[in-house]
Design a protein around this ligand. Sequence first.
Ligand code: B12
Ligand code: SF4
Ligand code: SF4
Length: 331
Amino acid sequence: MENMMKNEIIDKLENMGLSAYGFMKVRTLEESLSYFEERKRLDLTTSFEENELSRKIDLSYEMNNAQTIISVAFPYFYDSYIHKEGYFSLYTLGKDYHLVVKDHLEKVADLLREKGYQAKVFADNNSLPERYIAHVSGTGEIGKNHMVITENHGSYVFLGEILTDFIMETEERDWKEIPEHRICGDCTRCIKACPTQILGSELYDTKRCMSFITQSKEVTDQDMLLFRGRLFGCDTCQRACPFNQGIRTSPIEEFRPREYMKYPNLMELVSLTNEDFKRYKETSSGWRGKKLLQRNAMIELMRRGQNPPDEMVNTEYLRAYYNRLKVLFNL
Ligand code: B12
Ligand code: SF4
Ligand code: SF4
């Protein structure tokens, strides 16, 4: 019975084109507590992650009778094109991944529910340490850029999970292997490429990641100089990675890049209306709000020496950045 159910789950995932997945027993991650405490003590965390550590290490926090976690990687890569006049990170180009991952996982969870088991799905909307789970369950390996790298799709994958009360056999990897980053060997390309030079240690300042900085409401002048075309997110350490060269494209049609995301128009973005913003909200670039996209587009526009017309700079928030950018870029 146990194996039949597990095989059905595996068949379902494979039929959806998902080849990287794994299974892990639900438990308390005693081994992670001091690591997470040390990161907090050194002020290396962001407000985007779960900072209540008792939740983060308790894998049953989201479902108290859970026995097994199914970890699944969702490939999103179509191509690595960079638009010269400002670009969005590759993960934002298609439909919002939270919705896509959830939709796919619900179909798998239904198999369990049909047999009378409970199943709850998650995608980046939870306290679960998703990469840790992906490593232990065997979904992928952790690179020196801290990304989960999969065999067929490199690190251009999202992670999702199913928690269930169904007990499954698991083959778990030792968590002590994480800091060894064996998959990388002697390679240090991502460490060299990182614009803020935060990689190279297990204790690194995630607040200094350009992905976080481009998604922050307040940005310093010094950091605005580091955007260099980035409109939302950062892919530099992934673009540098040999495991992302020559990978297969995503089997998931919803992740196909939308034209307006692939070839953004900076003037259009600065003058975004609420109506226009709706189409960005459908992607993974919308969750921080309209004004953040306007600001990021304005940073790039002004870096290129162009002044947006006065009527475009129509909110106090944008006006404040406009004034700072004028000084920063001598316009
Ligand atoms: C907060 C967050 C961010 C922050 C901080 C990123 C970071 N490096 O931690 C910011 C905004 C900067 C960010 C950026 C990005 N993110 Co993000 N982010 C998250 C989030 C919500 C939490 C991550 C977290 O807890 N970070 C704290 C660090 C320390 O943990 P971690 O690296 O995730 O996992 C490690 C620890 O748990 C550690 N660990 C645990 N116990 C122990 C014990 C010991 C002894 C040791 C040594 C280690 C250890 O092992 C894990 C692997 O190293 C997750 C979703 C989730 N719920 O997990 C997505 C997530 C990690 N992000 C994701 C993505 C796609 C990105 C970006 C690529 C987006 C982009 N293009 O801009 C970048 C990548 C930047 C990078 N190189 O990491 C994906 C990653 C998929 C993958 N293939 O790995 C996730 C899993 C979301 C998802 N569901 O798909 N993100
Ligand atoms: S996403 Fe960018 S800033 Fe963040 S670690 Fe990678 S290269 Fe560095
Ligand atoms: S670029 Fe090199 S060091 Fe960095 S994750 Fe990829 S293989 Fe590892």
